[in-house]
Design a protein around this ligand. Sequence first.
Ligand SMILES: C[S@@+](CC[C@H](N)C(=O)[O-])C[C@H]1O[C@@H](n2cnc3c(N)ncnc32)[C@H](O)[C@@H]1O
Ligand SMILES: [Zn+2]
Length: 297
Amino acid sequence: MKPHAHSTEFSLHTLLACPACEAKPALVGGGIAGPWNCEYCGRTYRKAERGYHLVPDRLPEPLERHQALWEALQKNGSLCYELAPELNLFRKGSTEAEAFIDFMKLEGVVLDIGCGPQSWQPAYIDPAAQIEYVGLDPLAGSSLREFTFVHGLGECLPFVAAGFDNIVISSSLDHMMDFRRGLQEAARVLKSKGHIYIAMHEVDDEAENTQLLRRLADISLRTARQVVNGFRTMGLRRTYDYLRQATSLRIPKGAKDLFHVYFPTVEDVTHELFKNGVAVTKTGDCPGFLLLQGQKR
Ligand SMILES: C[S@@+](CC[C@H](N)C(=O)[O-])C[C@H]1O[C@@H](n2cnc3c(N)ncnc32)[C@H](O)[C@@H]1O
Ligand SMILES: [Zn+2]
């Protein structure tokens, strides 16, 4: 596919599917501008100023029990991304972002699941890459996106099967209500031979208390790093405001920390991908993250 600036808008509507129907039927009618209909359930979807609005109006039953906790965590996240994107999202030109860019070979139509609430294209997407980038996130964001944006949920991707050449999941798998379902969906919308790239926090499955100690050490280290980075990139005033507000947030019952329900391990992710026809073909490191590349059969 030959990418050019406006073709994503054009091609994307042909990939849209009903996020509320299990079989994910393609949406019909409306052409490029919509609205589009689901012929199965009769729901109508449209493109709003903010982007394609394709969040399911009701969660599938298995997700419902996680909904309240997930919403509480999303509220914490959204405040922190808003106050200090520098500390909570990949930073432009950072070692992490550059390492992730080098790790990926992006081509064709690329779907980024959990792209974040910010208006700019994420820092781990090379601005010079000849791709058609589509970002999806359940947070609508407070300002208009500078890229093609789909307001949607990773576990109920609003796309037909095998529509994307590459999938990126950066630091968002551990935010999902059900990462298994998220990976299953990612594999479904990926083309045969297509690549999926995942950046995730590495957690090993040692004994609970060792893990707890590690996590405490990790959290204090991350906090210390955040304070230092904050002063450097945001100045005293904003760092102080951020820390004051972030430290007053509550960890909801059942969560691991302010943002995460749990941390899937590399084994969990590899296994789930494999079950869905995606083999892990490469791993890599970037500070604070483990990188995985998978290829679909
Ligand atoms: C730490 S941010 C990562 C943002 C960006 N990918 C980055 O690495 O800079 C985590 C993102 O995951 C999104 N997220 C949370 N639950 C999700 C879900 N069920 N499906 C897709 N994305 C989700 C959040 O809204 C948030 O924007
Ligand atoms: Zn439907």
